[in-house]
Design a protein around this ligand. Structure first.
Ligand code: NOJ
Length: 718
């Protein structure tokens, strides 16, 4: 095995530097000037070993990779090629919708395909590892990073995690990349939805809700995993031996590479968990974290820790071997340049094939939140106005990407013109900034609206209002956008809102006012075409939200699969509350739009609910089924959802849990029987003793179009 042979020749210093991750830019200048002035100099890395660094992050394009790799190998004595890692969040050069959008498609194959496409584009640029998928469970829309997540449900998150990992990695061939699942663990639990903030939860909550998606990625064969910035039970994840060594490596059998998040090792000092960088290095090695991203604790202190007998060379060897094995699997010992190809990259990236996938993904991700019947618009319409701060901007493609270009993104106006040509007119109406009060553009927009047959009003957020470090305390759309809407509605009731957002917004007012709302999320490079296709009925909306939309921010955290309480509020939609029940004075408990919710242009009728048995012996499989009929006017897709409720447990159980879903397509008038298998495995949970078991007793079964569906049958597990 090459990895083992290479390891046996390395000195201790070389091994230690192999665990350091630096930026690619450090190695771009052939004369080495970036080594002297760049981050390596700030981090005071030893110049003698700077060409022994094992991995590099952030890369812009194929030529950059070729230059950096060539310089590196020319200077390096040991000549072990570094591998290049990058954030491939929702695409690489072609952007598909933000991950919260792709999740709304409830389409495993789609999650797989967009990851595969992104892997091909990234690998042609020399990327070998994608820092993705982000599989953190989320409940707080203030947190900017909900855009990268697949939402609030552990089962759906797990399904999307596994599909994405398989899409990136395939058979680890030329155009695949290794996936790095992140952020382990529970980064999405940040208090108050503020990035990098404290996470504090019971082991039960951690295991029940937050850990399953990482485990699913591990079971799907993910090659790498990134530790989170936050603490888990008082210990920062990068130095959390219980979390990384005991749970991840011990319980789950993960033998791949663990990398820290950006400078997270040395941030253990800021947490007040380690006194100095030396202790950070000790804690991280003790936790069996392998690569240190962009801080120098290992480089400065591992050797000293070995000399003092606190860390063994075997521990370091194990870490280095894991990195070398990944390199061997990626084939870089045979070809350090792997799949990088300047010309092929130009041909493939943002090419028609990838645009088609991105467009389809955006159509499948969109969620029709409201429709009083004005959508779809007729393609024969005489005139249509595309108005709003998101109407003619490529920024709708979403934030947090490394390679996408704004000018390559189709705007809504362009998309609409592609369908109705010069019958489409534009006015901006107002600015996008959340604090904008400028109303000077409203009159022009209203005048235009008064002259056309219909208005597509593009409201919502700017792409940079979500993503890392972009959290909000106000998740409503700005007052100026409401002013624009109100005035337009005065002159034209035929107004559909296309909403662009990186998070669930509190849009109760919008829901009351707008005749139709099509939530496009941040839809990627082909967003404008997808939006127009949906508006004009070339595609029929079928997405369902995977993160609850609150009526108002004060309801947050609000999620469908909450634990039961002793004093539940029984009628969720009832504004007349009963005091001394779990409720608010001024607001119902129910959200504006629940998990799993989304409309279509057609109607689906559910009937003939069946459950094959009313008792389940251990090892049995039950079949739950329902007939679904398309009783409307459009051929369309429906996401049929199965929920189960464990009625009594040795520990309190959630009100209901998603346990399966099928996405089906039905022609007008067509009916299909949809079946779900229910197994004992699906009934397991972390019981009172934190053991993963299925307890005997009653289980209720629900099948429906969203998480508000009612139970129709129950069975007894013997
Ligand atoms: C910090 C982010 O938290 C992480 O998701 C990302 O992969 C790294 N920076 C590298 O860019």
């Amino acid at each position: 095995m090459k990895a083992q042979q290479i390891l046996s020749k390395m000195t201790l210093d070389e091994k230690i530097y192999h665990l350091v991750q630096m930026t690619t830019m450090t190695y771009l200048k052939a004369d080495g000037t970036d080594i002297v002035t760049g981050p390596s100099s700030t981090m005071q890395l030893d110049k003698e070993y700077i060409y022994d660094v094992g991995t590099l992050l952030n890369l812009v394009g194929a030529q950059t990779m070729i230059d950096a790799q060539t310089n590196f190998l020319n200077h390096s004595k040991r000549k072990i090629p570094p591998i290049f890692m990058q954030d491939v969040i929702h695409g690489h050069r072609t952007l598909y919708p933000i991950n919260l959008g792709v999740a709304a498609s409830f389409d495993r194959q789609l999650a797989h395909d967009v990851a595969k496409m992104a892997a091909k584009e990234a690998s042609l640029d020399g990327v070998s590892v994608a820092f993705a998928p982000m599989v953190d469970l989320v409940r707080d829309p203030r947190w900017g990073r909900v855009m990268e997540s697949s939402g609030e449900d552990p089962y759906l998150n797990s399904e999307m995690a596994a599909a994405t990992v398989k899409g990136f990695q395939g058979d680890m061939g030329k155009y695949n990349v290794a996936a790095c699942v992140k952020h382990f663990a529970a980064y999405g639990g940040a208090e108050a939805g503020r990035d990098y903030n404290t996470v504090d939860m019971s082991e039960r909550t951690l295991r029940e809700y937050y850990l399953p998606s990482y485990k699913a990625a591990v079971d799907a064969g993910v090659k790498m995993l990134m530790t989170a910035f936050n603490i888990v039970d008082g210990v920062p994840c990068s130095g959390n031996k219980w979390l990384v060594n005991d749970v991840l490596r011990g319980e789950w059998g993960f033998d791949g590479v663990v990398i820290s998040d950006y400078s997270a090792f040395e941030e253990m000092r800021n947490h007040g968990y380690c006194a100095d960088r030396k202790e950070c290095a000790y804690r991280a090695m003790e936790a069996s974290a392998d690569i240190e991203m962009m801080s120098p604790c290992y480089a400065h202190h591992l050797k000293e820790l070995v000399e003092e007998g606190k860390i063994t060379v075997e521990q370091i060897d194990k870490a280095v071997l894991r990195v070398l094995k990944l390199k061997e699997e990626l084939g870089v010992f045979d070809n350090p340049y792997r799949s990088v190809d300047v010309e092929e990259a130009k041909r493939v990236q943002v090419g028609p094939e990838h645009r088609a996938i991105a467009r389809y993904a955006a159509e499948q991700s969109a969620v029709l939140l409201k429709n009083d019947g004005i959508l779809p618009l007729s393609k024969d319409i005489k005139s249509v106005a595309v108005i709003g701060p998101n109407a003619d901007t490529g920024a709708i493609h979403g934030s947090w990407f490394c390679g996408g270009k704004i000018e390559e993104t189709i705007t809504v106006l362009e998309g609409v013109k592609n369908i109705v040509g010069d019958r489409a007119f534009y006015a901006k109406g107002c600015n996008i900034e959340y604090d904008s009060t400028d109303e000077s553009m409203i009159d022009e927009a209203v005048e235009l609206a008064s002259k056309v047959d219909a208005v597509i009003l593009c409201l919502g957020e700017h792409q940079d209002y979500s993503g890392e470090g972009n959290c909000r305390t106000n998740i409503e759309i700005p007052a100026v956008q409401y002013k624009l809407l109100d005035k337009i509605l005065e002159v034209n009731k035929n107004t559909a809102v296309a909403l662009f957002t990186g998070r669930p917004l509190a849009i109760w007012e919008l829901d009351k006012k707008a005749p139709a709302i099509l939530n496009m999320w941040m839809p990627g490079t082909e967003g404008g075409n997808a939006c127009a296709n949906l508006i004009f009925g070339n595609a029929v909306p079928s997405g369902k939200i995977t993160m609850t939309f609150p009526r108002v921010l004060g309801q947050v955290p609000i999620y469908y699969n909450a634990y039961r309480t002793g004093r539940p509020k029984l009628e969720e939609d009832d504004f007349n509350r009963v005091r001394f029940t779990s409720s608010y004075l001024d607001m119902p408990n129910s959200p504006l739009y629940p998990f799993g919710y989304g409309l279509s242009y057609t109607e689906f009728e559910y009937s003939d609910f069946k459950l094959s048995q009313d008792t389940m012996n251990r090892g049995d499989t039950l079949v739950a089924s329902v007939k679904v009929k398309n009783v409307g006017k459009y051929k369309a897709k429906e996401i049929v959802q199965l929920y189960i409720h464990d009625v009594v447990g040795s520990a309190v159980r959630p009100m209901k849990e998603l346990k399966g879903f099928h996405k089906i397509e039905l022609d007008v008038g067509e009916e299909k029987t949809v079946e779900f298998k229910i197994t004992e495995e699906m009934l397991k949970y972390w019981n009172k003793e934190i053991k993963f078991v299925a307890e005997s007793g009653k289980f209720e079964v629900f099948i429906g179009k969203d998480s508000t569906c009612k139970p129709y049958a129950s069975f007894e597990l013997i």
